[in-house]
Design a protein around this ligand. Structure first.
Ligand code: CP
Ligand code: NVA
Length: 315
């Protein structure tokens, strides 16, 4: 439907710096437009299907609201009712959906499943979080940081927490936007090697630095923004006791912030496990931009939908 080769958003690695900038420009534009003029008809008659295999608040609501703001509609499919891969093959289900709807938005646990959906669908597929990546979150973070700081090139993002889905996407985004990125995690919780291998050249090309620092106090010493996420992600509940023990020194609290430069901001993808990875005093403070970032999920996902579905916004 679009002229661009931006056909799916499964992983930010399929984008580049220019496409990310363009997506963010669209996001700023649609945010301003909505705040000035309210809803429009840009995707009137378009339908999205939401397919969430896991708990969700922000992603589901923001995609539904985004579609409503541009005149489109949404179907929420309960995975249990579809029985994907059991009642019929994933391939057959996706080929059916592709005949009826314009975009498939899926939160699967295994990243390989969202890749399989994208391979088999003839309409765009958007990753709404997998065990490996959360591209929509990373894009909302970029918009929020730009709003707060203007030109963010050269800023230092320090992720204190698990080298998991959110960290992976933030690292890719940082490399593509020319931001330094440090992961501070306990040994054994680093970003997977295959992701590191793919992002290293991106950091080199864009003149920025990727690092891992196991001491959180050292890691935040030159941070412009500290980011964190839950220690125990969805699907990892059985590891809770072990992980909480391993991450005890990685809480984002006032003591850690005293090791960071003045003016350092903090964000979190949410939901937060208050009192574990972050304290109330930090999450609710003026330096916390997590709720602005949650708002920007709406605008940036609207931009993604437009870029995928409307030739006028093709990247
Ligand atoms: N941050 C985020 O994706 O939140 P939900 O799991 O509530 O969608
Ligand atoms: N790492 C978290 C992110 C939630 C948005 C999880 O996977 O549960």
């Amino acid at each position: 439907m679009t002229k661009s080769n931006f056909n799916n958003l499964v992983n930010l690695l399929s984008l580049d710096s220019e496409k990310i900038s363009r997506l963010l420009d669209i996001s700023f534009e649609v945010k301003k437009e909505y705040k000035t003029n309210g809803p429009n008809d840009l995707l009137k008659g378009f339908t999205s299907v939401l397919f969430f295999f896991f708990f969700c608040l922000r992603t589901r609501v923001t995609f539904e609201v985004a579609m409503a703001h541009v005149g489109g509609s949404t179907i929420n499919l309960e995975p249990g009712s579809v029985s994907l891969g059991k009642r019929e093959t994933v391939n057959d289900a996706v080929k059916n959906l592709s005949r009826w709807v314009n975009v498939i938005i899926a939160r699967t646990f295994k990243h390989s499943l969202v890749e399989e959906l994208a391979r088999n669908a003839s309409v765009p597929v958007i990753n709404a979080l997998t065990d490996l990546f959360h591209p929509c979150q990373a894009l909302a973070f970029a918009q929020t940081l730009q709003e707060r700081c203007g030109d963010i090139r050269g800023s230092h993002v320090v992720f204190v927490g698990d080298g998991n889905n959110v960290a992976n996407s933030l690292a890719i985004l940082s490399g593509m936007m020319g931001l330094d990125f440090t992961l501070s995690c306990p040994s054994g919780y680093e970003i997977p090697q295959f992701v590191r291998e793919q992002i290293q050249p991106i950091f080199q090309q864009n003149g920025c630095r990727f690092a891992i620092e196991h001491d959180p106090q050292k890691a935040v010493a030159s941070a412009n923004i500290i980011y964190t996420d839950v220690w125990v992600s969805m699907g990892e509940e059985a590891e809770k006791e072990k992980k909480v023990q391993h991450f005890l020194n990685f809480q984002v609290n006032d003591t850690l912030l005293s090791a960071a430069p003045a003016g350092c901001l903090v964000s979190h993808c949410l939901p937060a496990h208050r009192g574990e990875e972050i304290t109330d005093s930090v999450l609710d403070s003026d330096i916390s931009i997590c709720f602005d970032e949650a708002e920007n999920r709406l605008h940036v996902q609207k931009a993604i939908l437009l870029a995928l579905l409307s030739p006028k916004y093709a990247l």
